[in-house]
Design a protein around this ligand. Structure first.
Ligand code: CTP
Ligand code: CA
Length: 227
């Protein structure tokens, strides 16, 4: 028997992905979240695994099954997602931040369930900014250049201008922009890739198709780097 060797573009690579929304507590039974379904991040985890990678998925609350062969770590808040990512990042070759991370958490969250007040008053919430997980990981990239960091951005307008600026601000080689704000919860998406050369539009497609294209784009860039 002759063993056949099928080349897969992410063979031997470790890939860390964040996905889904975060949940920021107000009290033990309430919180603030967003409309991210996790579908794009989960599709990317599946596609990366299919491409031969060892995949770790740090996920906010979603209703999705874990993709085959993927190690999944569940978190609720942005702070928990940050801690789980920082613990998992050593040894990773690629980090893809797909999660819709809450920009703020409630600074005066209550340990006890808030009760309605007889005078009709409402609680006054105060907010504090969450750590930027992607920027933190990008800031730890060593001289070796690992992990290769990829960001996502959902902009409601001026995507081309904002996407290019966001890629530079985050200090990352590749940023994926969602066209329009209709991706949340949808099965399809349109994306634009921003890198140091400019931007490329990928045609509207289902999220698994886009995820496979993105994995191949990431794989090509890793191969170019190692030449
Ligand atoms: N991100 C992150 N941690 C945060 C906020 C964002 O890792 N606390 C990541 C997201 O997963 C995404 C990228 O940063 O990959 C861009 O997120 P986005 O919300 O578009 O950018 P912000 O820097 O938060 O800017 P703004 O929301 O003001 O546009
Ligand atoms: Ca944000």
């Amino acid at each position: 028997l002759i063993a056949s060797f099928q080349h897969k573009i992410l063979s031997g690579k470790r890939v860390l992905i964040t996905a889904g929304p975060t949940f920021e507590a107000i009290d033990p039974v309430r919180g603030i979240t967003n409309l991210s379904s996790g579908k794009m991040g989960y599709a990317l985890a599946r596609a990366a695994r299919e491409a031969g990678a060892e995949v770790t998925l740090v996920s906010g609350p979603t209703a999705l099954p874990t993709p085959y062969g993927v190690r999944r770590i569940d978190v609720l808040s942005a702070a928990q997602m940050h801690d789980a990512v920082m613990a998992a990042v050593p040894g990773q070759h690629v980090f893809v931040a797909v999660a819709a991370v809450a920009d703020w958490r409630v600074a005066n969250a209550s340990d006890q369930k808030l009760k309605k007040q007889d005078d009709g008053g409402a609680p006054q919430l105060e907010f504090v900014q969450n750590p930027d997980i992607l920027a933190t990981v990008a800031g730890t990239v060593s001289l070796s250049g690992w992990p290769y960091c990829v960001g996502f951005a959902a902009e409601s307008e001026n995507l081309v201008e904002y996407g290019a600026a966001k890629r530079e601000r985050k200090g990352i080689p590749l940023l994926v922009g969602n066209i329009g704000h209709h991706t949340f919860g949808q099965d399809t998406n349109s994306i634009v890739l921003f890198d140091e050369h400019g931007h490329t539009v990928l045609p509207h497609a289902d999220k698994l198709t886009l995820a496979r294209q993105l994995v191949s784009e990431i794989g090509k860039r890793l191969e170019q780097r190692s030449l």
